[in-house]
Design a protein around this ligand. Structure first.
Ligand code: NAP
Length: 314
């Protein structure tokens, strides 16, 4: 293994967790390499304005925030690679990471591959992402003051986000494909008790209507999952809350996950079961899922990686 391909810190993933880990480990003189993956900047790059990231009084566009974070990391010596890690081997030290045929070794690996919101998978949805189709009520709810929105899903996320969106929207239609919710009893009751939420049981979205350059989402074609009948309804925005999938596929041979597929870390730490391997951000957090919590987590991972190197390698 050439010197060049051995790193003290390899960071996999480039959302707020990965880039913050890069800033901290670069400032600690660890010359990290960050593999940005197939969505450089992560989930924030599909959000419009980020208004709740501290330090930006007037908000900042998601892609711009991630760009600034990347530049900050590079300024301190992080190496950013727009490449996708295809394989890892954590069975012995140094840990091994592959990008296609190219192999790297590392004293520490910080996994920050995030989670991807699930979408319905229809073409009109893809076209209107960021133009009225969102998977983040906390990010985008504010833009729907006195407007009508759909929330799709029947789990705790959909129930919680429906309630949250009633703070802004004049009406929330909760669309669920079955006739009972998967979400918890207390959350169900909150939805039933909220006069601004109307539940559309046994309903699916068949098509989303609107054009990105003409104001975005204008409505949807809804299908009754029992009768098969379809109808059109006008709507201003659609929030998908049908779950997230943590991006862990290449790690699960080595690292345990919880029942929802998220990587498990030690309490109050980003350390995994494997020495020198840390996990930060949404890949291990299905509770908060915020840019600022992911960034905080990335900072923790970098500090823990630095301590690990000082105590075990140098
Ligand atoms: P989830 O529990 O997996 O629920 C996903 C929901 O989306 C289900 O109701 C499912 O319908 C529906 N769905 C999935 N694919 C669909 C599709 N293609 N079309 C239409 N509907 C679809 O996911 P989640 O709500 O994000 O929750 C994930 C975990 O986080 C859960 O353990 C949850 O308890 C937890 N969580 C907790 C809180 C809280 O306690 N405050 C808040 C949020 C999340 P079916 O029911 O028909 O399968």
């Amino acid at each position: 293994m050439s010197e060049q391909n051995h790193k003290k810190v390899i960071i996999i993933g480039s959302g707020p967790a990965g880039l913050t880990a890069a800033i901290y480990s670069a400032r600690a003189n660890l010359s990290p390499i960050i593999f940005e993956g197939d969505q450089p900047g992560g989930q924030l790059t599909i959000t419009n304005d980020v208004e709740n990231y501290p330090g930006f009084e007037d908000g900042i566009a998601g892609p711009e925030l991630m760009d600034v974070m990347r530049k900050q990391a590079v300024r301190f010596g992080a190496e950013s690679k727009f490449e996708y890690v295809t394989k890892v081997d954590f069975s012995s030290t140094p840990h091994k990471v592959w990008v296609g045929d190219k192999q790297y070794t590392a004293d520490t690996v910080i996994i920050a591959t995030g989670a991807s919101a699930r979408y319905l998978g229809i073409p009109s949805e893809e076209k209107l992402k960021g133009f009225g189709v969102s998977a983040c009520a906390t990010c985008d709810g504010f833009f729907y003051k006195e407007k009508e929105v759909f929330v799709v899903g029947g789990g705790d996320s959909a129930l919680e986000e429906s309630g949250y969106l009633t703070k802004f929207a004049s009406k929330v239609y909760l669309i669920h494909r079955r006739d009972e919710f998967r979400g918890s009893k207390i959350m169900r009751q909150r939805v039933f008790d909220n006069p601004k939420i109307e539940i559309l049981w046994n309903t699916e979205i068949e098509e989303i209507l609107g054009e990105p350059d003409q104001g975005g989402v204008t409505g949807a074609i809804l299908k009754d999952t029992v009768s098969g009948e379809t109808r059109e309804q006008k709507i201003d925005g659609i929030f998908m809350a049908i779950g997230h999938t943590p991006n862990t596929a290449i790690f699960t041979d080595y690292l345990p996950t919880d029942d929802n597929g998220y990587l498990i870390t030690k309490p109050d730490s980003t350390a995994t079961d494997i020495d020198g391997v840390f996990a930060a951000g949404d890949v291990r957090d299905h509770v908060y899922r915020q840019a600022v919590t992911a960034a905080g987590n990335g900072c923790m991972a970098a500090i823990e990686a630095e301590r690990y190197i000082t105590e075990n390698i140098e």
